[in-house]
Design a binder for this molecule. Structure first.
Ligand SMILES: NC(=O)c1ccc[n+]([C@@H]2O[C@H](COP(=O)([O-])OP(=O)(O)OC[C@H]3O[C@@H](n4cnc5c(N)ncnc54)[C@H](OP(=O)(O)O)[C@@H]3O)[C@@H](O)[C@H]2O)c1
Length: 209
C-alpha cells in the first residue's frame, strides 16, 4: 500500500512519514518546498512537492491511502485547514483513493464553545471533517487534544466524546494512531477524540468509540 502523507515535514507529519516508511507500506511525503525534499528522503519516503492551496492531483496519483497531517498553524485556516483538506478529499475521490485518515482536533465538534482565538480554526476543521464524512471515502477522523513534543508512551484513551476539552497527547502517539488506524476496520467511518491514557494504541483502536 502506498500512503500519501500531507504535511509530511510537520511535527506530526515527520513521525507519520517515518512510521509508514518503517512499515510494510510505501511512504510518500507531500511537502510544499523543494528545500524539504532531502529531509523526506532521509525519513525513507518518496517526496512529492505540492501545495494544498494549488494543484495536488500529481501527489495523489497511484496512492492507496492518505493521511492528512497538514495545518496552517493559524495563518490561513480557511485556505489550508478547510479548503486544502477538501481539495485533497476531492482529489482522492477523483482518483479512486478510498482510504483517508484525517488529523482533526478536540473541540471541532463544538467550535462555538472554544475560546474566541480558536473558533475560526475549529470551524475550518469542522467543515473539512464534514466534507469527508459526506464523501464516499472510507474515513477515520482523529481528534486529539493539545499536542506535545514529549516522547510517545504508546498509551491513549479514545471515545466519541471524552467529555472534556483540555488534556494533551504526544505528537508521536498521535502519529502512531493515524498510521495504525489505516488498515483497521474498527476505525472505518468513525470520528473519535483521543488523549494520553492507559490503553495500548492498537487496543484502543479496536473500539475507538
Ligand atoms: N497544536 C495542537 O495542540 C493541535 C491539537 C490538535 C490538532 N492539531 C492539528 O495538528 C496539525 C499538525 O500539527 P503539527 O504540530 O504537526 O503542525 P506543523 O508542525 O505546523 O505541521 C504542519 C505542516 O503542514 C504543512 N502545510 C501548511 N500549509 C500547507 C500547504 N498549503 N500545502 C502543503 N502543506 C502545508 C506545513 O508545511 P511547512 O513545513 O512548509 O510549513 C507543515 O509541514 C495542526 O496543523 C492542527 O491542525 C494541533
Amino acid at each position: 500500500m502506498r500512503v500519501l502523507v500531507a504535511g509530511a515535514h510537520g511535527q506530526v507529519g515527520q513521525h507519520v512519514t517515518s512510521i509508514v516508511a518503517d512499515s510494510s507500506h510505501d511512504s510518500r511525503g507531500m511537502v510544499r518546498s523543494e528545500d524539504q525534499v532531502e529531509d523526506i528522503e532521509a525519513l525513507g519516503a518518496e517526496p512529492v512537492v505540492a501545495d494544498l492551496t494549488a494543484d495536488i492531483g500529481h501527489a495523489v496519483e497511484d496512492c492507496d491511502a492518505i493521511v492528512f497531517a497538514a495545518g496552517s498553524g493559524g495563518d490561513d485556516v480557511w485556505g489550508v485547514d478547510r479548503d486544502g483538506a477538501i481539495r485533497l478529499i476531492e482529489a482522492a475521490e477523483r482518483q479512486g483513493v478510498d482510504r483517508f485518515v484525517m488529523l482533526s482536533s478536540l473541540g471541532a465538534d463544538t467550535p462555538s464553545m472554544a475560546p474566541e482565538a480558536l473558533r475560526d480554526y475549529l470551524n475550518a476543521k469542522a467543515e473539512a471533517d464534514e466534507r469527508l464524512r459526506e464523501s464516499d471515502l472510507t474515513y477515520t477522523i482523529v481528534r486529539p487534544g493539545e499536542l506535545t513534543t514529549e516522547e510517545g508512551t504508546g498509551r491513549v484513551r479514545t471515545a466519541a466524546d471524552l467529555e472534556r476539552k483540555d488534556g494533551d497527547i504526544p505528537r508521536e502517539d498521535v502519529a502512531c494512531m493515524l498510521v495504525t488506524a489505516i488498515p483497521m476496520e474498527s476505525t472505518y467511518d468513525r470520528t473519535f477524540e483521543v488523549l494520553s491514557g492507559d490503553e495500548p494504541i492498537e487496543t484502543a483502536l479496536e473500539d475507538p468509540l
